[in-house]
Design a protein around this ligand. Sequence first.
Ligand code: MG
Length: 249
Amino acid sequence: MLTLRWGTATDVGRVRKLNEDSLLAVPTLFVVADGMGGHAAGEVASQLAVAEFARLAEQQGVSSDDLAETVQRANEHILSAGAERGDRYGMGTTLTGIGVVSAADGEQLAVFNVGDSRVYRLSDGRLDQLTVDHSAVQELVDAGRITPQAARSHPRRNVVTRSLGSQPSPAPDVWLVPPVAGDRFLVCSDGLTGELEDPAIAELLGSSDDPQAAADELVRQALAAGGHDNVTVVVLDVAEVPDSAPAGA
Ligand code: MG
C-alpha cells in the first residue's frame, strides 16, 4: 500500500456569504468541487458531487473507469435534483481530484478534472499544474489570443466550459501519475488560484513538512490577498511507495 498523508482547509473568503465549495479527503480519494448556482444551489451541487465520490471510496479497489462513471452518476444526480426545485434549476459544479487506482503494475494516482478547479504537483521544488482548465480564458490562451497572465484579469475568467450539472454528461480528463515518494500534490478551487500566482503557491505549498500546516497557510494567504471567492485546498503527500510499484517516470 502507498502511504499518503494529507491536510485540508476551506474558507468562505472575505466577500461571499456562503461557502459553495465542497471537499472530500479519505485514504483513496481527494476531491474538491466548486459549486455554481443561485440561492445556495451551488453548495447543493458540490455536496452531491462529493457525496457520490464518498460512496465510491467505500468500494474495494477503484479504477480510472470508476472515476469517470462516478462523474456521470454525480452529473445525473445534480440534474435530477435541479429539476425537482425551481430555485436549483441549472445548478452545477466543477470537480477535480486524485484517486488511488489499482493497475497491473501497482497503485497509481489518477488525476481527474471537470472545470477550472486544479491539481498541481510539487516535485523536487518544482511546481507543475497537472490539470488543464475547462474555461473560456483557457481556450483563448490555447488559441494564442491572450497570454496566461492576461487570462487572470480577463472579463470572462469565471466562465467554465465544462461542469457537472450539464447535458450531455461531461467527460472528465484523466491522467495516470506514478506515485513518487516525496511528491506533494495540491487540489484546489479557483478561490486559491485567483488570488495567488504559481510562484507564491509553490513557496507556500513547500513552506511546511506538515501537509495540514501547508493547507492552512495557503488558505490564510489567499484570504490576505483579498479572499474574493470561497477557497478550498487539499494537500496530499506521497510519504512511501512500496517496492513493487514502478519507480518515478
Ligand atoms: Mg470558485
